[in-house]
Design a protein around this ligand. Structure first.
Ligand SMILES: O=C(O)c1cc(=O)[nH]c(=O)n1[C@@H]1O[C@H](COP(=O)(O)O)[C@@H](O)[C@H]1O
Length: 230
């Protein structure tokens, strides 16, 4: 999958998720899906295996952040699920990131979360006791991840172009914080449209509520794909 659009399946249980995916299952080109903490903690690895066996490309978004040994062992366990993408926090530092890379196996790509798209610059500064700008901070974490052998970053689209300049063209730049024009921003602070994300240099999108909360998720997904690929 070259420039994936991941649908964030932020649902409480397998039943709701299966119902939502019904129409997508019929598609010849099945969407890539993101399983986050809410669904994974409710249903566990077995449900991941079920969705994997249905042919979905899977991004397991567990945002690992712990001491290097613990993260390394967790990544080794997750690699057995044969998912294609997994998140870790870049802030875990070089040793943790390298340990994750060492244990990920051949197939799985690791994406490092830089600064959450729900953070404004002011909140980031207050929380992390830093005087750096959001851009400086994101670029620093992206470079750390790149130098540690990570496959790509999660950042807001606004930072994707600069990340490309500081890394290389094949370093993945996956961006949540995506909204179609007119959508509610919810808890996101750094958002853009799929089209703008493409112009800014994103290589992949994560889209949740714009699709999952709409009355016609397949139609909205297709609209996202169109804006993204035009
Ligand atoms: O790692 C992520 O996917 C992630 C990182 C980040 O900085 N911001 C962010 O929103 N996400 C995830 O992307 C999805 C965004 O969902 P929506 O805001 O509904 O489109 C959620 O599943 C978040 O967990």
């Amino acid at each position: 999958m070259k420039r994936p659009v991941f649908i964030a399946l932020d649902f409480p249980d397998a039943k709701t998720t299966r119902l939502f995916l019904n129409d997508f299952l019929k598609m010849a080109d099945k969407p890539a899906i993101k399983i986050g903490m809410e669904l994974f903690f409710a249903e566990g690895p077995e449900f991941v295996r079920e969705l994997r066996s249905q042919g979905f490309t899977i991004f397991l978004d567990l945002k690992l952040y712990d001491i290097p040994t613990t993260v390394g062992h967790a990544v080794a366990s997750i690699a057995k699920l044969n998912v294609q993408y997994l998140t870790v926090h870049a802030a875990g530092g070089t040793k943790m990131l390298r340990q994750a890379v060492a244990n990920k196996g051949e197939e799985m790509k690791l994406l490092a979360v830089t600064q959450l798209t729900s953070f404004s610059e002011a909140e980031m500064r207050a929380t992390q006791l830093t005087s750096s700008t959001m851009t400086e901070n994101v670029i620093h974490l992206a470079e750390l991840a790149y130098q540690s052998g990570i496959d790509g970053t999660i950042s807001a689209p606004l930072e994707a172009g600069l990340i490309q300049q500081k890394t290389n063209a094949s370093f993945l730049r996956v961006t949540p914080g995506i909204r179609l024009t007119g959508d509610s921003t919810d808890d996101q602070m750094r958002i853009t449209t799929p089209e703008k994300a493409r112009e800014l240099g994103a290589t992949g999108l994560v889209v949740g509520r714009s699709i999952t909360k709409s009355n016609d998720p397949v139609a909205v997904y297709q609209r996202v794909l169109l804006e993204w690929s035009n």
